[in-house]
Write a protein that binds this ligand. Structure first.
Ligand code: PLP
Length: 394
């Protein structure tokens, strides 16, 4: 009999968002019509910007005429978009060639697919609290997982472990869920560590556009030596509201070689085998993000979310509650008051404040006792939630 991939049976139930919606559903059944303020969402609430919409419409029209119609697109990305993304790096002084940029349908797809490049016997080190997909994708592949917890002491930014290590290293900065962002020196320690032991860093830069402090690195390739030990996975989901439109990109340096094999060439081989490229229409829309007009417009939207984050951190400052994130990231990671555990605080906020957030325990064991607030909601809801929290927690 065919044996399925038995590693699927080792997956823990993904109960976090399921549990949240179950609890909210039960609350609404008991309190019909109550207005609930949702600070738990990881999805954006603002629409695509004008430059993107115009480009999407133009691309749809292109598909109507023989002279401008496009069929299959190049598997690794349309040259116009690879160049636009490459330029986006080069304008910031980061040396990335067009051939090192791969266009994808989103970071989630890549975070799973990229594991094809690595031996299943290799181990994955995951800095926690972490985006749950890192763990699950590696469990599915049967890979050994090393959990590296972090906490208030290190500002939720752990340093490389002193002993041993792992073959794959996951770093997300700005981090989901903590909003913590690695500084240059700390990232350099990770890069040196990876180069020393021959690991590869999977650097998730999905929230790079939220960094406003010019001293903080927005790409791991701002760090010397990263080109021989890192892959960067990025997305337009939060940068430009592409959660439902779907587009991401991955940078694999040509200098990244393990056992004499170029990871860049292997990825070309992988993509040309396993994909037929991303939609021409969506790639045209994505290219508009990288124009001057597109950049100005997405900055306006990001500015709205950042203002929401300031409203939330302002309330926590006044309440004297410990938190990190919220400045260079869309997430605020707060300590649950009164020593409450994450789910008790969830219940308290829902029942007493009609506010929904995300319990930190859902992102790894060291997230227990913490809580994630998202700035992706509407300014009105965020203001009201901050006021309700002020009343409840003072
Ligand atoms: N990486 C992180 C850290 C995320 O938080 C998310 C989405 O929430 C993703 C990747 C997935 O992004 P995409 O929408 O491009 O699949």
């Amino acid at each position: 009999m065919l044996r399925p991939n038995l590693h699927y049976s080792e997956l823990k139930d993904s109960y976090l968002f399921y549990n949240i919606s179950k609890k909210v559903g039960a609350f609404l059944e008991e309190h019909p019509g109550e207005r609930i303020l949702r600070l738990g969402i990881g999805d954006v609430s603002l629409p695509l910007c004008g430059a993107v919409i115009k480009a999407l419409h133009g691309a749809v029209d292109d598909q109507a005429y023989k002279s401008t119609f496009h069929g299959y697109m190049p598997e690794c990305g349309a040259p116009f978009l690879r160049t636009a993304i490459g330029e986006h790096y080069r304008k910031r002084g980061i040396n990335v060639s067009d051939g090192e940029v791969f266009v994808s349908s989103g970071a989630s797809d890549e975070l799973g697919d990229i594991l094809d490049l690595f031996d299943r016997e290799s181990a994955a080190l995951i800095t926690e609290p972490a985006y749950p997909a890192y763990v699950d994708a590696n469990v599915m592949a049967g890979r050994r997982i090393v959990h590296l917890p972090s906490g208030e002491k290190d500002g939720f930014l752990p340093d490389p472990p002193g002993d041993g290590g792992a073959d794959l290293i996951y770093i997300c900065s700005p981090n989901n869920p903590t909003g913590a962002v690695y500084g240059r020196e700390q990232l350099k320690r990770w890069v040196d560590h990876a180069n020393k032991i021959g690991s590869v860093i999977i650097f998730d830069a999905a929230y790079e556009a939220f960094i406003e402090d010019p001293l903080l690195p927005r790409s791991i390739f701002e760090i010397d030596g990263a080109e021989t030990c890192a892959v960067e996975i990025c997305s337009l989901s939060k940068t430009a509201g592409f959660t439902g439109t779907r587009l991401g990109y991955t940078v694999i340096p040509e200098a990244l070689v393990r056992c004499g094999m170029s990871l860049n060439s292997m990825w070309v081989r992988n993509r040309t085998t396993k994909t037929n490229g991303v939609s021409y229409i969506i790639q045209k829309g994505a290219a508009a993000v990288f124009t001057d007009e597109g950049q100005r417009q997405i900055r306006e939207n990001i500015g709205v979310y950042k203002k929401n984050a300031r409203v939330l951190t302002g309330a926590l400052d006044r309440l004297g509650i410990w938190y990190c994130g919220g400045k260079n990231a869309p997430y605020v990671w707060m300590k649950c008051p009164g020593g409450m555990d994450s789910w008790s605080f969830f219940d308290f906020l829902l029942n007493e404040g009609r506010i929904v957030g995300t319990p930190g325990a859902g992102f790894g064991r060291c997230g227990e006792g913490y809580f994630r607030l998202s700035s992706f909601g509407s300014p009105e809801d965020t203001e009201e939630a901050a006021e309700r929290m002020m009343r409840l927690l003072k």
